[in-house]
Design a protein around this ligand. Structure first.
Ligand code: ATP
Ligand code: NAG
Ligand code: MG
Length: 737
């Protein structure tokens, strides 16, 4: 009897996994990639693919490349296959270990995880810019890879349109060939071969979308927020943020089979973000999208891979929301399993303790000791891996209280004209803005309306073209902007930057100790040796935390923040929002530009300023639902041609609907002919049933049956008729526009 129980129990616990995970409905658990023998020398590998490049997530302003350092090889049908991939820093710290991951065609993955966990490093390993310590990162041989770095900048001297179109390879190749043949003909070569070649070159050009190239380019540029008149301006005229958009446009237009994007929305305003999300959701290739932007992730991807505990935890076919619930579920089941095992081991141990010395029970006790040992060997008594049950450590930020006892007005702009001079007209005119103490102001407004420009003028960084800027003589400004964070001196030690800033300047505090700085940095997650690293050896989000630490060490009474949430992970954004909402009281003021809804709602603004059409309107109220509606583009489209304005006003849903209609209209003529044929066939059947009904007039049962069939056929015809009519309406609509 005892034996039987033991056998059954052994069977129950005999699985090889230390714990098992039961997938909840609809979500698959980790997908195990197909193993394959390792390549000693991957064929097709460019010389710099492995072992030779050491730069880790380098910060040079290098253009994104759509080919280059990837390693090609047998991926077992996947677009990308990572096998037993190990990556560590130069100093030997493991960043990622034993990663197995496969990305199939058309899969769209979101890569998530806290700042510094290794997301950019992973993309670097795939593209050959980060050294791999072990395992393989292989891309299928026919797959074209496109990559947008977290720090990408276009840096080109071409026009925006030329640059955006420059990597539309198929089209550009076809055009090159066509142009050459045309030139030959112009130069007098009228041979039949040349003419035939030209015809086939032209049809190739048409097949790859050559005739719609300009429209495609315009659409993407418009989606990313460019005005029609921008297309012919030089790339070098644009700021870093806008050059990033040009690089993104070029990458999207090159239509790679595998699209690797590292925080592409950091430099985008809300309407461009919306557009990008929709664009990615409909993308034909596969995607790896690294982002902290929940709205973007929710829309654009259909699977999530989380970097956690140095590994990649995969949630196949889970959108962002489902990933969150699945993650909680997995943690719960793993924990429950672990507790069950511990309880079982305790029960066995109790028996051993009680009867181990007894002569009659010694054998049973011994077998129980073996069972416990087996559980231990199998890892059943180890707590579940960090990556699964880890409740993330939360950063926190404490801002020093603003100095008290200053007047009512902190900073005033009077009849200010704001712009960049050089003969170009001011962006904002007649601006009257009084920042009183205790005010928390959010600046909203269409893309390019001048929110950041206004902030720069408030800071005193951008001199006014006309009007006055009046500072309270006890004003202490605290500034945190995206650019500030990403443009810190890469060769300086993080710690030195923070302490120098806090101690220096007229309002510096020389009593701030290294320990104070370490405390602030540590609470923001820059712990251990990280404060001693060079800024260039930190991740994008870690750099932003260095800038935040600077900000947090100096007492200020006016905080100016421009897109502060970019690069920061979700926990850190929450920490920032919370500290701002608790800060200031009646003495401190805040002015913020941000598109991040969750963040903005956590701050608790007292005033909303709208920057639009060269003016500023301030209302004393909190944020409301309508503030997140798409006012953006409608306001900025003044001056564009009508056609542009019209499409620009559409929401993504409306655009999708229009696209659906366009496709329908395109296929409508064929479909209508088909429907007519089907209707004719159905009509013949109905006629047949009529005839049968006459013949079976006396057989009630048969009559009922035929009547049913006839009714079904007639319903079918009615449906077809309906569809035919709707297609006709769509055709008429599309012709009219
Ligand atoms: N050039 C470098 N030299 C040494 N270590 C680096 C370098 N760049 C990044 N690291 C470290 O490698 C780890 C992973 O960095 P990575 O940039 O991949 O993070 P990430 O997940 O992309 O973070 P973020 O969300 O902030 O962009 C971090 O600990 C980071 O400090
Ligand atoms: C990766 O690292 C793990 C643990 O550090 C090691 O066991 C494994 O052999 C390594 N894999 C390869 C392919 O080098
Ligand atoms: Mg990164």
């Amino acid at each position: 009897m005892a034996l039987l129980v033991i056998a059954a129990f052994a069977g129950l616990i005999g699985g090889a996994l230390p714990f098992s995970i039961v997938p909840s409905a609809g979500c698959q658990t980790t997908k195990i990639p197909t193993r394959h023998p390792r390549f000693d020398a991957p064929f097709d590998a460019p010389p710099n693919a492995r072992g030779t490049t050491t730069a880790l997530a380098s910060t040079t302003s290098e253009a994104p490349t759509s080919h280059g350092g990837v390693t090609k090889g047998d991926t077992k049908g996947a677009n990308l296959l990572l096998t037993d991939l190990n990556i560590s820093t130069g100093a030997g710290n493991t960043i990622l270990k034993s990663i197995n991951f496969r990305v199939d065609p058309k899969e769209r993955w979101g890569i998530v995880g806290p700042n510094g966990c290794g997301k950019s490093t992973l993309l670097g390993a795939i593209t050959g810019t980060v050294r791999i310590d072990g395992g393989d990162a292989l891309v299928a041989s026919k797959v074209r890879v496109g990559y947008l770095k977290q720090t990408a900048v276009s840096g080109s001297t071409r026009t925006v349109r030329e640059e955006a179109a420059s990597e539309m390879q198929d089209i550009n190749d076809a055009k090159f060939l066509m142009d050459r043949l045309e030139e030959r003909i112009t130069n007098g070569d009228a041979s039949e071969k040349t003419l035939n070649d030209l015809v086939s070159a032209q049809s190739r050009f048409e097949d790859v979308g050559g005739w719609t190239q300009d429209q495609d380019v315009d659409l993407v540029l418009k989606g990313l927020g460019f005005q029609p008149s921008d297309s012919d301006r030089l790339c070098s005229d644009f700021s870093g943020g806008w050059q990033m958009r040009i690089a993104l446009a070029r990458l999207l237009l090159s239509q790679p089979d595998l699209l690797l994007l590292d925080e592409p929305s950091n430099h985008l305003d809300s309407s461009a973000r919306d557009w990008l999300a929709t664009y990615l959701a409909n993308y034909q290739g596969s995607i790896l999208l690294v982002s902290h932007d929940v709205a973007l992730l929710s829309k654009a991807v259909n699977s999530i891979a989380e970097v956690s505990g140095q590994t990649l935890i995969q949630y196949v076919s889970c959108d962002y929301e489902k990933y969150l619930s699945e993650k909680a579920f997995r943690a719960k089941s793993a924990m429950a399993e672990y507790e069950r095992n511990m309880k079982e081991a305790a029960r066995l141990q109790e028996f051993v303790d009680k009867f181990g010395a007894s002569a009659t029970k010694a054998a049973s006790a011994q077998s129980r000791v073996k069972m416990i040992e087996k559980m231990r060997r199998e890892g059943k008594l180890d707590p579940p891996p960090m990556g699964i049950v880890e409740t993330r450590w939360k950063p926190s930020l404490v801002l020093p209280d603003p100095p008290k006892g200053i007047g009512e007005k902190l900073l005033v702009l009077k009849k200010a004209s704001i712009g960049y001079g050089d003969g170009s007209p001011p962006i904002l005119e007649g601006i009257d803005l009084v920042v009183n103490r205790g005010v928390k102001l959010i600046l909203r407004g269409p893309n390019g309306a001048g929110k950041s420009t206004l902030l720069a003028a408030l800071r005193g960084k951008l001199p006014l073209l006309a009007g006055e800027r009046i500072e309270n003589d006890r004003l202490r400004l605290g500034v945190f902007t995206q650019d500030l964070a990403q443009e810190l001196d890469v060769s300086a030690r993080a710690m030195d930057l923070v302490t120098d800033y806090a101690r220096g300047g007229p309002d510096g505090d020389i009593t701030i100790s290294n320990q104070d700085a370490r405390g602030v940095m540590g609470r923001l997650g820059l712990s251990d040796e990280k404060p001693l690293r060079k800024v260039g050896e930190l991740s994008g989000g870690e750099k932003a935390r260095v800038a935040l630490s600077m900000f947090a060490l100096k007492a200020s009474n006016l905080l100016l923040l421009d897109e502060p949430s970019n690069h920061l992970d979700i926990e850190c954004i929450e920490a920032l929002g919370e500290s701002l909402s608790n800060w200031g009281g009646k003495d401190g003021s805040i002015v913020v530009v941000s598109h991040d809804r969750a963040f903005c709602e956590s701050v608790g603004f007292t005033h909303v300023g709208t920057v639009m059409d060269g003016a500023l309107v301030i209302e004393e109220r909190g944020l409301e639902e309508r503030d997140w509606a798409r006012y953006d583009i409608a306001g900025s489209a003044s001056g564009g041609c009508d056609d542009v304005v019209q499409t620009a006003e559409l929401t993504p849903e409306e655009k999708a609907e229009q696209e659906r209609k366009r496709k329908l209209a395109f296929n409508a003529p064929k479909r209508m002919v088909k429907i007519e044929e089907m209707m004719a066939k159905a009509e013949i059947k109905i006629a047949e049933y009529d005839e049968q009904m006459m013949n079976f007039g006396s057989d009630a049962e048969k009559l009922v049956e035929i009547t049913k069939k006839k009714k079904k056929e007639e319903d079918g015809v009615a449906k077809l008729m309906e569809e035919w009519e709707s297609l006709e309406v769509i055709m008429a609509e599309m012709c009219a526009t």
